[in-house]
Design a protein around this ligand. Structure first.
Ligand code: AMP
Length: 194
């Protein structure tokens, strides 16, 4: 594993613990000699994790669409900043450059990006690990919702189990590094019933 894609808020969140989360995860990436791939902005947790990685002597690679260079304030102090035409190019490039995907606390954008990679794994478009850094129980409601979808027969337990959940950055990175891809046959759910 060489690079980890981190999805996180373009805001700081209401509790200072979220900024600390971004700093802790950034430091853990550098300690593990892993590059950060992220959305390329200077705002919110995105900016905090990038600044932390750069200050600790690591590699931070940003990918930002033209339209957002001003809004998210493209970070020009990175190892690499790629300015791409649109969101589709951003997401594709971030995915291609990364060996694993992690969501830190964030809003709708973070959740969208996390779910894209989680569902692409389910469909077999990639075999890379996907995890959430569940600091201060931030992702507990999301985990509960996913448990609910399993109980209600919309998702396989084995697939739910592929989501790596940890509240400690070093433990989370360890899980990503040890991850063995499990090809869950999503369509078997349907075949079982016909
Ligand atoms: P948020 O979690 O809403 O603060 O957004 C975090 C990051 O996700 C920001 O860099 C947004 O530009 C990005 N984002 C927002 N919406 C989307 C989307 N539909 N697809 C991919 N990224 C998005």
């Amino acid at each position: 594993m060489k690079a980890v894609c981190v999805y996180c808020g373009s805001s700081n969140g209401a509790n200072p613990i979220y900024a600390e989360t971004a700093r802790a995860f950034g430091r853990a990436l550098v300690d593990a000699k892993l590059a950060l791939v992220y959305g390329g902005g200077k705002v919110g947790l995105m900016g905090i994790i990038a600044d932390t990685v750069m200050a600790a002597g690591g590699r931070a690679i940003g990918v930002i669409p033209e339209l957002l260079v001003d809004k998210e304030i493209g970070h020009h102090g990175l190892t690499e900043l790629h300015v791409v035409p649109d969101m589709h190019h951003r997401k594709k490039m971030m995915a291609d450059l990364s060996d694993a995907f992690v969501a830190l606390p964030g809003g709708a954008g973070t959740l969208e990006e996390l779910f894209e990679m989680y569902t692409w794994a389910q469909l077999g478009y990639h075999r890379k690990p996907v995890g959430v850094f569940n600091i201060a129980g931030f992702y507990d409601p999301l985990i509960a919702m996913l448990e609910h979808t399993v109980r209600e027969g919309f998702m396989r337990r084995a697939y739910f189990d592929t989501l790596q959940v940890e509240s400690d950055p070093v433990a989370l990175i360890g899980k990503l590094q040890r991850y063995q891809p499990l090809l869950v046959d999503k369509w078997a759910l349907h075949r079982d019933k016909v």
